[in-house]
Design a protein around this ligand. Structure first.
Ligand SMILES: CC(C)(COP(=O)(O)OP(=O)(O)OC[C@H]1O[C@@H](n2cnc3c(N)ncnc32)[C@H](O)[C@@H]1OP(=O)(O)O)[C@@H](O)C(=O)NCCC(=O)NCCS
Length: 160
């Protein structure tokens, strides 16, 4: 049985393992695990201290081990007169994929946004990724914006 709960500092190692299992970065996969999990610990601590601004949820198995996570930032917009929730990370361990964890994680964020009376949620999704091709977000009721381009300005090597 999978459950959703807020991330705790000691989930960082499992979250780092999930990122490595997904394997999107050769550099990350060749680092010592602590080098990957250290910054994640800091992010979890930051989210816990500023819980108005950020939430990290984990999906956990029967052993309370994180097998997936989602990270959302509650951004106040002057223009909207309200808050946009920016979902920056959604990852489920490939070994636990297809068991509903991803949907539970996105549902938890959608529920929190509703409780916060947020204006909307926003995220980016690579068009070549299976999640896009299989309609992960559209099945959860999300829509693609027809008129808005997603611009980025890189300070570091282009990643995605
Ligand atoms: C996309 C992802 C979060 C889905 O999590 P999941 O726990 O496997 O998904 P669920 O079991 O909740 O299934 C919900 C929907 O996700 C999609 N899905 C399921 N398995 C998937 C997989 N291996 N890859 C992509 N999408 C998948 C399907 O559309 C599924 O709906 P369906 O059962 O009606 O076909 C997960 O596969 C993942 O972490 N992928 C790599 C990272 C990624 O692409 N993140 C999202 C974009 S930033």
């Amino acid at each position: 049985m999978l459950k959703i709960r807020k991330a705790q500092t000691n989930d960082a190692a499992s979250m780092a393992e999930i990122l490595r299992e997904i394997g999107w970065s050769e550099r990350r996969n060749s680092m010592p695990l602590e080098q990957v999990s250290g910054p994640i610990e800091e992010l979890i601590d930051h989210s816990k201290k500023d819980s108005e601004g950020h939430t990290i949820y984990v999906a956990v198995n029967e052993e309370n081990k994180a097998i997936g996570f989602i990270n959302v930032h509650w951004v106040p917009f002057v223009m909207l007169g309200g808050v946009e929730g920016y979902v920056s990370d959604v990852f489920v361990s490939p070994g636990a994929s297809g068991m509903g964890a991803g949907r539970l994680l996105i549902d938890a964020v959608m529920q929190e946004g509703k409780e916060r009376d947020a204006y909307r949620l926003m995220l980016t999704n690579g068009k070549e990724k299976p999640s896009y091709k299989r309609g992960f977000y559209s099945k959860a009721g999300w829509t693609e914006r027809p008129k808005v381009a997603n611009f980025v300005y890189y300070y570091k090597e282009p990643w995605s």
